[in-house]
Design a protein around this ligand. Structure first.
Ligand code: ADP
Length: 379
């Protein structure tokens, strides 16, 4: 396998559309990176650049330290699995697996050895004599992966391989693919628009927005420490609530968070308080995840909110709330509660917002404490 690097890559298509802006990413040998972002953000373009189906306008693309910008797809030894599987319908699974090796002119013995290896790796031995139409969606996906892996590519590329499947099958195959990729140890770039898929399949996740890389981090870090409002609003389902806010100090010099006409005390570590005080009275966005909101108790200073709607999902209830005194067009705030909890439209609640789970972003959308080791407030 191999390591891959994108350095300062720009891609401008003929006609002038710039799809990629100064993209940098290094993928380690055997690493699985999921590239995620909304439709049109440039994911396929990056994959096609790496596969050799497009040429970068600027920058250096390398595989194992070798610059590959000008190499043909064949010379790069990169294998790609698309969403439509692209198996030959009239060939058995065995012949589908053999085909790419025959095309390369390998000896019969070598072909058998490679097919035997991939058959064992992906548990395909029971399927070898079947035609693609005699396979389930999941099995077909496995054979498509086998056909891509059989020639032991340096890099394995997957382009939305699950997007044609129904939701239930997608979940099942997602966990199957995750396990298979783990077993193959292949250097993989996995492209998807589905953040849950990216979070479960990538050891690291690269978030792309309008051709720009917004953050690259392991799933947990991306979730716990989004670097900007784009990532905060994209990762998580439902995503992080983002509200217009300001930091203020009381006459006793205590730091508080102001949300419209209400404000809340912030009990913070000295270092976080010192950092956040630099942003006093500046327009900010306050971010809080739906699962980090809870009902205030008697002793808490709570945030008054009104129930707009409730969704009962069985294992949890999602409450859609309006914060009292937050001027329109203030966004609806989503709160996640375990189990079924019955609420009515118009019910008034008091919310508790733990400073330990509060994220603050500046007017440009950048996290105030990005680049330092998380804010260490604990409540
Ligand atoms: P994604 O895979 O994230 O949906 P793409 O990489 O397909 O995004 O597209 C990124 C941008 O580049 C889009 O604005 C798209 O319209 C544009 N684009 C993609 N392919 C071409 C092309 N061959 N010619 C011109 N523009 C293109």
């Amino acid at each position: 396998m191999a390591h891959v690097s994108f350095e300062n890559i720009d891609k401008i298509y003929p006609g002038g559309t710039q799809a990629i802006f100064d993209f940098n990413l290094a993928i380690a040998d055997g690493e699985r990176v999921a590239l995620v972002g909304p439709s049109g953000c440039g994911k396929s373009t990056l994959l096609r650049l790496l596969a050799g189906l497009e040429v970068a306008t600027r920058g250096v693309l390398s595989i194992n330290g070798q610059t590959v910008n000008r190499l043909s797809p064949q010379q790069r030894n990169v294998a790609m699995v698309f969403q439509d599987y692209a198996l030959y319908p009239h060939m058995t699974v065995r012949r589908n697996l053999e085909f790419p090796l025959k095309m390369r002119g390998l000896s019969r013995a070598e072909i058998e050895r490679q097919v035997h290896w991939v058959t064992g790796l992906l548990s395909l031995s029971d399927l070898l004599d079947r035609l693609p139409r005699q396979l389930s969606g999941g099995q077909r996906q496995r054979v498509a992966m086998g056909r891509a892996l059989v020639r032991q590519p340096a890099v394995f590329l997957m382009d939305e391989p699950l997007s044609n499947l129904d939701a239930r099958l997608r979940l099942q195959i997602r966990s199957e693919i995750s396990e298979l990729l783990e077993r193959t140890g292949a250097t993989t770039l996995y492209v998807t628009h589905d953040q849950a898929e990216a979070m479960t399949l990538g050891q690291r996740v690269a978030v792309l927005d309008q051709g720009r890389l917004r953050q690259t981090a392991p799933p947990q870090e991306l979730y716990e420490r989004p670097a900007n409002t784009f990532v905060a609003g994209f990762i998580g389902n439902p995503p992080m609530n983002l509200l217009p806010a300001r930091l203020i100090v009381t006459s006793e010099d205590r730091l508080r968070l102001r949300l419209g006409e209400q404000s809340l005390p912030l009990t913070l570590s000295a270092s976080t308080a010192a950092l956040w005080r630099q942003w006093l009275e500046t327009p900010l966005s306050a971010g809080i995840r739906p699962e980090h909101l809870r009902m205030a108790t008697e002793k808490d200073e709570g945030l008054r909110a009104m129930v707009q709607d409730a969704e009962y999902l069985g294992h949890e209830t999602l409450l859609y709330l309006r914060i009292d005194g937050l001027a329109p067009p203030a966004p609806v705030v989503i709160m996640r509660l375990p189990g079924i909890r019955i609420f009515h439209k118009g019910d008034m609640l008091r919310l508790f917002l733990s400073p330990a789970h509060l994220h603050l972003f500046d007017a440009a959308g950048l996290a105030l404490d990005h680049g330092i080791t998380g804010h260490d407030a604990r409540y």
